[in-house]
Design a protein around this ligand. Structure first.
Ligand SMILES: C[S@@+](CC[C@H](N)C(=O)[O-])C[C@H]1O[C@@H](n2cnc3c(N)ncnc32)[C@H](O)[C@@H]1O
Length: 214
């Protein structure tokens, strides 16, 4: 018997993740943070995932299994890489719901195709539109929230706006992962007055993991 190299054992799911990893590419213009025109429009990047890396996905899967999570949510879904790890954990926990969010319709369609190929689409509700609206009602306390956002020009980051909307909906003992380390997001999540305890993990140059303790 061969030994597993990660916590997610399902071959069908791992095949989709491997394909997305192998075809991962960066936009020639540098992407929303680096393109010379300063274009931040998510619709301009419908073909690019900007997805989490496998180590982050495996940690999501492992923590959701440890929590026996049954309701999780994410901002945002993009092509569904993070959604695959969440949905696999829901299925392996015996059932549950992943609430996704995505502004760009083409990405919603791609994510649904990827989840269907992995045999997981029945566990996922991808809400198309602005996450600041679509995540206002998660239908009950969530066990795990991913905040994997997108840059905006001015004002509070999307990550900060979304955590303020979802924080009251995270259960006590629930977890939050953030990929981009937006300064105003970190100021919120690291302020004990907001009910979380938080640390930076050495994954993808700094991944913030936080637990709701209030
Ligand atoms: C970093 S990517 C998410 C990657 C995804 N978690 C994965 O692992 O594949 C951020 C996504 O946010 C989407 N987005 C940007 N603004 C949004 C908004 N206001 N509401 C919902 N989605 C938004 C973008 O289209 C983009 O696909």
């Amino acid at each position: 018997m061969s030994l597993a190299t990660g916590p997610l054992l399902d071959r069908q799911v791992n095949a989709v993740i491997s394909r997305l990893q192998a075809t991962r590419r960066r936009p020639a213009d540098g992407g929303p943070l680096n393109n010379p025109a300063g274009d931040l429009d998510p619709h301009a990047y419908a073909e690019y995932g900007f997805s989490i890396v496998p180590e982050q996905g495996e940690l999501i899967y492992l923590l959701c299994r440890a929590q026996r999570a049954t309701r999780v949510a994410e901002f945002a879904t993009s092509i569904g890489m993070s959604t695959l790890y969440f949905a696999a954990a829901m299925r392996d926990n015996g059932g549950g719901l992943v609430i996704g969010s995505e502004l760009v319709p083409e990405k919603v369609a791609t994510a649904r195709r990827n989840l269907a190929e992995a045999g997981l689409v029945h566990l996922v509700d991808i809400r198309e539109g602005d996450a600041r609206e679509t995540l206002r009602n998660l239908g009950g306390p969530v066990d795990f929230m991913l905040i994997d956002g997108w840059p905006v020009g001015q004002g509070p980051s999307l990550a900060r706006q979304v955590i303020e909307i979802v924080a009251p909906q995270i259960r006590s003992g629930g977890l939050v992962m953030n990929d981009n380390g937006e300064a105003d997001y970190l100021a919120y999540i690291r302020n004990p007055a907001n009910g979380f305890r938080s640390m930076s993990l050495p994954l993808k140059g700094g991944t913030e993991l936080s637990a709701k303790v209030s």
